[in-house]
Design a protein. Sequence first.
Length: 448
Amino acid sequence: MTSFPFTEAMPIQFQAPLPKASEVVVIGGGVIGVTTALFLARRKISVTLLEKGRIACEQSSRNWGWIRQQGRDAAELPIVIEAQRLWRQLAEECGQDIGLKQTGVTYLARTDKEMARFAKFLKIAEMHGVDTRLLDQGGTAKLIPAMSRTFKGAMTTPSDMRAEPWVAVPALARLAARHGVTIIENCAARMLDTAAGRISGVWTEQGRIATSNAVVASGAWTSLFLRAHGVSIPQLSVRATVAATAPMPEIHSGAVADEHIAFRRRHDGGYTLASGGASQLYVGPDAFRHATKYLPALMANPFGTHYLPAAPRGYPDSWSTPRRWNADEQSPFERMRILNPAPKASALRDMDREFRALFPQFETVPLKKSWAGMIDAMPDVVPIVDRAAEIPGLVIATGMSGHGFGIGPGMGRVVSDLVQGNEIGHNLHRFRQSRFSDGSSLELGPSL
Ligand SMILES: Cc1cc2nc3c(=O)[nH]c(=O)nc-3n(C[C@H](O)[C@H](O)[C@H](O)COP(=O)(O)OP(=O)(O)OC[C@H]3O[C@@H](n4cnc5c(N)ncnc54)[C@H](O)[C@@H]3O)c2cc1C
């Protein structure tokens, strides 16, 4: 944990030479890119994985580490069920402890309205055979007896899991490399190359790779990258703050959230905390461009987001970030190798206060680290996982909207089959790119 959060000071671990050609080039070394590359390599397909900073340096190491089925959109649920199975397999194959444990996820409710929301998900869970159940006041107190407050009830899924993201995703990358993936850190993809209207290569800061298939899994940078090629997706990113405590006595082994505090037991005996407070959107040109698409989400949760006038220099939607560049000049991606936002001080104060209020037996909460991440969001809170209509050979896998870690290996398997033109095994209609342009009315996914 000493080297976390990942920064450019961290040694480069993957520096394979840039190949001249690769059957597939994956752009972005987060959980989605890493697992996509892994599943492709298992089919003996040559894959190059490009990461502008370090593997998992952005969202994929900064997240809470919840691997949850609970509260998922109905279209995501079968994929996350598959992901749970894959996490178990991959954890074995990694040959390293990634902190994978089945300790459950629980959401606490203070009101009947929240309980009614939980009941809606319960029906979806039952349809898929997931062990989610609702607890009444007494059942909730029994599940987490150390809590000082009583709650109306809770929703809990005992089969949900957790893992340590900053350990797990680099371990998956090492596994992918062992399966033959060429991984190159500190190497931004600058532009796609096309011939006869389809992908013919990827320009990187180290030169060109010839390929007929590219996967853009670039997290918060995806819309900036795609827009330079005439592909517009309404993706924005919001800052979320997290803290880690030093080891503490165990009050619950799983992951728990209500609207004020979220906490998860970590492998090292500490807790990862987040406040229920709003995330922050830095308003930039894309925020204006896509504002109307976000109205339904805004109306559903008017206080869920705070607005800040401008992103720091170099951020994807900063006012000064170039929207166009040439393949032979420095791109915004290598100028900002790692998005490392400062944690929000008031969020840290809130989580300290709320955690102590819930567990007054802790007079102090020893916060040993704090960090923030930029969550890549879509207007309907579900991702785009699709072939790009505009450029044959291009697959988009982005916008995991704050819940892409747990589903990561499932999505990686899905994307690898999408690239190969195989049967996917899940219905991807909900994740189609065209839903934002074909007049479909947006169906908001759960922001549980
Ligand atoms: C604070 C926080 C808490 C979260 N909690 C959870 C949770 O508990 N459970 C859960 O399921 N999800 C959670 N999430 C969401 C989850 O972390 C993300 O959905 C997931 O990690 C997204 O993975 P990704 O691979 O799509 O993107 P990322 O992890 O962001 O990876 C994209 C990568 O692409 C690289 N890149 C970008 N552009 C280029 C380029 N041009 N060339 C080369 N490389 C490029 C970036 O450097 C980055 O490393 C949380 C997120 C945050 C920030």
